[in-house]
Design a protein around this ligand. Sequence first.
Ligand code: C5P
Length: 310
Amino acid sequence: MSLASSEPQVRVRAPGKINVFLEVGCRQSDGYHQLATAFQAVSLYEDVVATHADGFTLEVEGTVDVSGVPVDDRNLALRAARLLAAETGYGGGVHLDVFKEVPVAGGMGGGSADAAAALVACDALWGTRVGQAELHRLAAQLGADVPFALKGGTAIGTGRGDELSPALARGRFDWVLAVNEEGLSTPEVYGALDRHRERHRLDIAPTRVVPEVDAGVLQALRAGDAAMLAETLRNDLQVAALGLRPDLAETLELGESSGALAGLVSGSGPTVAFLAASPEDAAELRDVLDAAGRDVLLAHGPVRGARVVG
Ligand code: C5P
């Protein structure tokens, strides 16, 4: 008896993310850094449509520039599909159509969202039904941000960023995103941070051994208070991203002097995320940045994690 679903295809939607707080600790022996981060899933989505096939193939299109996305086995969505097949002993394959809204190599977890969506889509298409705990385990094997793309909403990530605990969040946060055509490589940004710290002999925070999310961030998220969150936004990767792309400093200054409550580099960049006090303020800031020649997107969070939409 075949476990495969009778549906000819399954469509799954997964969100991009902004790290509203990201403290980077020491580099571990596996090359990963210890983190404490607060993730917020935002309303830029990746859709993955899985269709029965004999082999493993993928096509990518989107509202963002997708020319830099690999369509071979380097692609994280394809790797997710192969991993699920290998772990479950599923003998068939899949064709994945990926529709991208999240900027590519932009520090917003677009590739991780593709992987999360591919896991959920193949699991439903093939009828493998591995369950949430196993999906999370496979997601963590694919990348540090993949478990959060599965879960969505608001969460605290520790370890490599893949050990998640829920965070209470209320209300809606409005973001204006200044995106860049040319992405940044996450390993390069972490490497630049290591070199920066060595040069300046900086430790994360001399008083703490293990990174931790500030209580103020949790309080602001719980209260749904954008002004309070603006006071506590922090990204330790920002200094490294600005070192690699000094032009981002000008974008940050422009947004912060044009009505944003605060701005920060998103994840490993180069997307710059500005927090606005309301949807109206966000639209106004978008117009200012647009007039100054920036490529701008609007988003809000928190939103749901990976789910079947058709
Ligand atoms: O897990 P993911 O493939 O997204 O990570 C990409 C790279 O980012 C890693 O290979 C590593 O260089 C860096 N990284 C890190 N510490 C983390 C997460 C990512 O150094 N906690």
